[in-house]
Design a protein around this ligand. Structure first.
Ligand code: NI
Length: 261
């Protein structure tokens, strides 16, 4: 059930049977030679939409303009400040709480959203805790951390999964947007065919969750936009399997979240 495709009366009716909502979090940024700009949003949106259809849970429009300052050196990337995103998420959480939603599930597709969304939830609890009434709970999950998704991507790609323009995210978009993905793959194949150098343990420690430096040094370090990811290993079949695994894991996780006191 999609919020944007519902009437207000339908949402009122929904709130009589459920207090849960899913918010996909994405980005608008370069994803290497064959990955689409909307990759993170498309991944989160696709998994959330299928979860919504499977569980009958309401799905909000994706937040797709997020923090990607490190990719500003690549055409097509749009970024907002971390403080802007924090304020946006906080306002959305308050809007939902005002209407009676009690379980807010943030389904994330972009590493740089994690720190900001967690900070927004903390401010939300602070502000809501000072108001009368029950304080809604939020849960943040990135799709790649669902257990079966993580098992598949390790089995298929190993260290070539990398951190950005990953074969797993490119595969999901191939399944979700086959036409656009096939064209991007044809045009970028030569560049993406070179396996990138593996990332060091020190780099993974310091830069996980997209904890990168400024845009100029990021582009100098990763000139084709991939961060240790061999995107070309992606297939549409992998994408279908990753989506199915993510939806099954997310459905279990959402049910556990709803059952919490
Ligand atoms: Ni991404």
């Amino acid at each position: 059930m999609q919020l944007a495709l519902s009437t207000s009366a339908q949402v009122e009716h929904y709130l009589q049977r459920s207090k849960s909502i899913v918010i996909p979090l994405g980005s608008t940024e370069q994803h290497g030679p064959i990955g689409l700009i909307g990759t993170d949003t498309l991944c989160a949106q696709t998994i959330a939409a299928r979860l919504g259809a499977h569980r009958g849970v309401l799905v909000a429009p994706a937040l797709s303009l997020t923090v990607a300052q490190f990719n500003r050196g690549f055409a097509g990337t749009l970024t907002v400040r971390a403080s802007t995103l924090l304020a946006l998420i906080l306002d959305v959480l308050h809007s939902l709480a005002d209407q009676g939603f009690q379980r807010i599930y943030l389904l994330n597709g972009h590493g740089a959203n994690i720190a900001v969304a967690r900070a927004a939830c903390q401010d939300f609890y602070l502000e809501r805790g000072r108001m009368a009434g029950a304080v809604p709970h939020c849960r943040l999950r990135s799709w790649w951390e669902y257990p079966e998704v993580d098992r598949l991507r390790r089995a298929w790609y190993g260290s070539l999964e990398g951190l950005h323009a990953t074969p797993s995210e490119v595969a999901i978009v191939m399944a979700a947007e086959p036409e656009h993905s096939a064209r991007a793959r044809r045009e970028g194949e030569a560049l993406a065919a070179d396996a990138p150098a593996p990332l060091s343990a020190a780099f993974l420690r310091d830069h996980g969750g997209d904890n990168h430096f400024d845009a100029a040094s990021h582009r100098a370090a990763f000139p084709d936009g991939r961060v240790g990811s061999h995107s070309i290993l992606a297939t549409r079949e992998h994408g279908e399997a990753l989506i199915a695994a993510a939806v099954a894991d997310a459905a279990r996780d959402l049910a556990a979240f709803e059952a919490e006191q």
